[in-house]
Design a protein around this ligand. Structure first.
Ligand code: LLP
Length: 388
């Protein structure tokens, strides 16, 4: 049976509140976490939650309690992860521009691994670790030149992207590693992009990981950690019938295509697939403009509350919660109140006839929604609503 995120009781509760606000379905989140952990423990894999997707403490605490580690991209995220209860021994830290202060902080916390993105960063980590008599555990983030076949703005694993160390730099990287006393080589890390729906992309990644793993081991390096990153996409078009991602099939691809030696561990960094379906942005219609060529629904939520459509032309399903009678539908351009032409949530969206005051849900916004919000135009936002 398809999942239903909203019922009449919830909708009446929404009516009492200041809009816009983010709604989180904690029950769906827990079910998602449990289905993911059953799937990954079957293969003894390790999953670090990508904090950047949503660092709301209620959400990160649930994820931590479900046994996940954390994947961070700043000192601030490492700190937030520790505050949420994640064990430092389960925290990985990536990012092309780690500052000295962030590296020092993470060293002091004894995190599981730095995912190192350049040779120069390796040298900086070594000298900062040596200054405080520590040995930093590192995985080299390698850019495998695999096309994630997703939106160009969320592709990270191609030669032209700024992320990671390129294959041709690896001989230099191992020469440097051999000279450094305060770094311990743990393994290799990859992350090729986000919202990946084509399973062949993950198969191609596995082939590359196998090649790089052998390359290091043939040169006398023990590759204990194979960290294949995140990127698993969700179905934004069917938020109810596909409320939960098929984690079994995802991990099975790696089980089938990754050559894992007995001394190796496989790590993942999932963000979107864990949290996106549980969130919705709830908004009200402020004005309806009916025109000859177009009808506009002007909402009280805008691109400053949810950036994804303006930034990546991302699709989010839009629903009228106050009028669900689809018999008399009209097409609307659903827009926000912000003074920018890109402040559009959807064009030609078919919706029941909508009126000022109707509640509108913008679905699947639990990942990269609230975290990307800004103060531009100083539009307010109501407190988050959590359904247990
Ligand atoms: N690991 C690393 C190193 C990453 O950079 C990311 C995401 C992840 C893991 C988690 O990827 P996920 O499983 O969530 O796909 N703001 C964009 C997405 C940016 C993703 C950045 N990196 C969006 O709204 O689509």
């Amino acid at each position: 049976m398809p999942y239903k995120q909203f019922n009449d009781v919830l909708i009446s509760a929404f009516e009492q509140r200041e809009t816009p606000f983010y709604f989180y379905d904690m029950d769906l989140l827990r079910k998602t976490l449990s289905s993911c952990s059953i799937a990954y423990t079957a293969y003894n894999y390790h999953v670090h939650y990508a904090m950047k997707a949503n660092f709301n403490p209620k959400i990160t605490e649930s994820i931590q309690q479900a046994g996940f580690g954390a994947d961070c991209v700043s000192g601030g995220e490492v700190k937030k992860a520790i505050e949420a209860g994640f064990l430092p021994s389960k925290i990985v830290f990536a990012g092309v521009g780690k500052s000295d202060a962030e590296i020092k902080y993470a060293l002091e916390q004894d995190i599981f691994a730095f995912n190192v993105e350049s040779i120069q960063e390796l040298e900086v980590i070594n000298s900062l670790a040596s200054a405080i008599n520590k040995k930093a555990k590192v995985a080299l983030r390698i850019n495998p030149n695999v096309d994630a076949k997703t939106h160009a703005n969320i592709t990270t694993g191609l030669d032209e992207n700024k992320f990671g160390i390129n294959a041709w730099e690896l001989p230099d990287a191992i020469a440097v590693l051999q000279k450094l006393d305060n770094v311990e080589f743990l393994g290799i890390h990859f992350h090729i992009g986000s919202q990946i729906l084509d399973v062949n992309v993950f198969k191609s990644l596995c082939v590359k990981v196998n090649e790089f793993s052998s390359w290091f081991e043939e040169r006398g390096f023990t590759v204990k950690v194979l960290n294949v990153g995140g990127g698993l996409g969700i179905d934004y078009h069917e938020p109810d019938s596909s409320a939960m991602v098929d984690f079994d099939s995802f991990f099975k691809i790696f089980h089938d295509f990754l050559e894992v030696k007995p001394h190796q561990e496989v790590h993942f960094e999932l963000g979107r697939s864990l949290v996106a379906p549980s969130g919705s942005l709830i908004s009200r219609v402020l004005y309806v403009k009916t025109g000859i060529k177009k009808n506009f629904l002007i909402l009280d939520a805008g691109m400053t509350h949810l950036m994804r459509p303006a930034l990546y032309q991302a699709y989010h399903q839009i629903e009228n919660l106050s009028n669900q009678n689809k018999k008399d539908a009209l097409k609307y351009d659903v827009v926000g109140p912000i003074c920018e032409s890109t402040d559009v949530f959807g064009k030609e969206v078919e919706l029941p006839i909508s009126e000022r005051g109707d509640l509108i849900a913008i679905r699947s916004t639990g990942a990269y929604g609230e975290v990307l919000a800004s103060d531009y135009n100083l539009k307010s936002r109501g407190p988050d609503f959590f359904k247990e």
